[in-house]
Design a protein around this ligand. Structure first.
Ligand code: GDP
Length: 517
């Protein structure tokens, strides 16, 4: 009855502390038994439902032209012509194109866990269930390989001496590349010819190695007579192309050293009225060999309005003389407005007005790279003072790869095409000459036996000549012998009318020649 029940409950409650461990054990065991059931019937369906809805959402977003939210930024393809903001923040990337997948394709079999999983940002349990083959990691593989190999870049600086070339290079790469530079006096410079000097430094930043080569042209424009002083610079560029062409056509093409000049910073004096004849001559002679980036040197000697006017004048003259300087790649029409604005600013900065300094000064409590004047401080890295940061960003952060691509695809290709054309012309000329001499019968070309070196060919020819001469001699003596024999036979026949009815038949002449040969 009810009283007994109450009594039992009362008794249980009073002795709860003794039953508690047993109760806990019972509950724990029950949970353990129920967990797999719960997982298979509740958590799994819920999880699958969540994943499919996320996938559907992603697909919707991709068709609308948005990036996958979980795609790491370093896996997105680089975009030519993308400029970066001065603050150095990573620029926003263009919208990815929607990709159509074949929905009828079979579901990929479940993959075994890759030992390279640590290099695969998608190799997690979540992605195991999806249709995932793994080629999404291709950019990552390229990235890793390039970082391991390292990068190289060759920059040439040209322009009249004293315009601040070495100071600017040191400021750009925060190095001292001109430690051993010897400056010539005026007398020595009168007859000085243009020299080409090369400085190479290995720089490393956040694990990325860059082999930087600076090619300087001391003596350019220094002599009294500067006619064709650009020639040695043009020859140097051609020599690098030639070397590359030879290496590329050789047997061992694995470790070719690329010394081709990727960019030439041409320094324009701030003191003249636009371009000088020498500037025009230089740029016209080299614009089809190298990417020319004109810079307006020592911009701190000009007021902002003077800089503006000079830039416009120089741009007009470049156009007027048909000089083809390096063209920044056009940005796509679907880029965002901010990016288009940056691109336009970069194009309008040509020629970059630069200031160089190797000293650090204190400005507004901060230590900055700049030049200290009695009336104030000019800061090299201040965008309001000059275009130094724009130039550095363009050279290093945004357009280095494009400069290399244009060198390879346009300038080197031009050189290569010219080279092959002139080689073909030479071969045709030589062949025609040989044909003529063969026809005239005076001189036979020496055939080159493939796979046999020249000296061996000559030896073979000499041996053959010797054999032919020997055969001729034998042939002659044979004739002589026959003649004598005939003579004797005639003579004998006079006395013996019945001589041998079957004399040795004479071998035909062509057989003898064949044998000799
Ligand atoms: P380079 O012969 O073209 O390599 O010129 P240098 O770098 O040796 O510079 C020649 C002189 O110009 C040195 O006294 C530098 O301090 C000075 N100089 C370099 N850059 C600038 C600049 O941006 N503005 C001014 N005012 N002087 C500079």
């Amino acid at each position: 009855d009810i009283t007994t029940i109450f009594k039992s409950v009362y008794f249980l409650l009073l002795n709860l502390h003794t039953f508690l461990p047993t109760l806990a054990l019972f509950l724990f065991s029950a949970c353990l038994c129920l967990c797999p059931l719960l997982f298979s019937h509740l958590v799994r369906p819920l999880r699958s439902w969540c994943l499919s809805s996320i996938q559907a959402h992603d697909a919707d977003r991709e068709t609308e032209g948005e990036d996958r939210p979980h795609t790491p930024s370093y896996l997105r393809p680089p975009v030519a012509g993308r400029a970066q903001s001065d603050s150095g923040s990573e620029p926003s990337l263009p919208h990815s194109r929607s990709v159509e997948f074949d929905l009828t394709s079979p579901v990929s079999p479940s993959r075994p866990k890759s030992p390279w999983g640590r290099f695969d940002p998608y190799d997690n349990n979540e992605d195991q269930d999806k249709e995932y083959v793994g080629f999404a990691t291709l950019p990552n593989q390229v990235h890793r390989k390039s970082v391991k190999k390292g990068f190289d870049f060759t920059l040439m600086v040209a322009g009249e001496s004293g315009l601040g070339k070495s100071t600017l290079v040191n400021s750009l790469f925060l190095t001292d590349l001109y430690k051993d530079r010897k400056l010539l006096n005026a007398e020595e410079r009168i007859t000085q010819t243009v020299e080409i000097t090369k400085h190479t430094v290995d720089i490393e930043e956040k694990g990325v190695k860059l082999k930087l080569t600076i090619v300087d042209t001391p003596g350019f424009g220094d002599a009294v007579n500067n006619t064709e002083c650009w020639k040695s610079v043009a020859d140097y560029i051609d020599q690098q192309f030639e070397q590359y062409f030879r290496d590329e056509s050789g047997l061992n093409r694995k470790n070719i050293q690329d010394n081709r000049v990727h960019c030439c910073l041409y320094f324009i004096s701030p003191f003249g009225h636009g371009l000088r004849p020498l500037d025009v001559e230089f740029m016209k002679a080299l614009h089809e060999k190298v990417n020319i980036v004109p810079v307006l040197a020592k911009a701190d000697t000009l007021t902002p309005s003077e800089v503006k006017k000079k830039k416009i004048k120089i741009r007009e003259e470049i156009e007027q003389y048909g000089i083809k300087i390096y063209q920044f790649p056009d940005c796509d029409s679907d880029e965002d407005e901010e990016f288009k604005q940056q691109d336009l600013e970069l194009k309008e900065s040509i020629p970059f007005a630069v200031i160089g300094s190797n000293t650090v000064v204190e400005a507004k409590g901060k230590r900055v790279r700049g030049r200290l004047y009695p009336w104030g401080i000019v800061e090299v890295e201040n965008s309001a003072h000059c275009d130094f940061v724009k130039l550095r960003n363009m050279l290093v952060r945004t357009h280095m790869q494009d400069l290399k691509d244009v060198t390879r695809e346009t300038h080197y290709e031009n050189y290569r095409a010219q080279c092959i054309q002139s080689m073909t012309r030479m071969v045709v000329k030589e062949r025609n000459r040989n044909k003529l001499t063969r026809e005239s019968g005076t001189d036979f070309p020496i055939p080159v036996v493939p796979g046999v070196s020249e000296s061996e060919t000559e030896k073979l020819i000499r041996e053959k000549d010797e054999e032919v001469r020997h055969a001729d001699h034998e042939l002659e003596s044979h004739h002589q012998h026959d003649h004598d024999h005939d003579h004797v036979s005639d003579h004998n026949s006079d006395h013996h009318e019945h001589s041998d009815p079957h004399p040795d038949p004479e071998p035909p002449l062509h057989q003898l020649e064949d044998e000799a040969l």
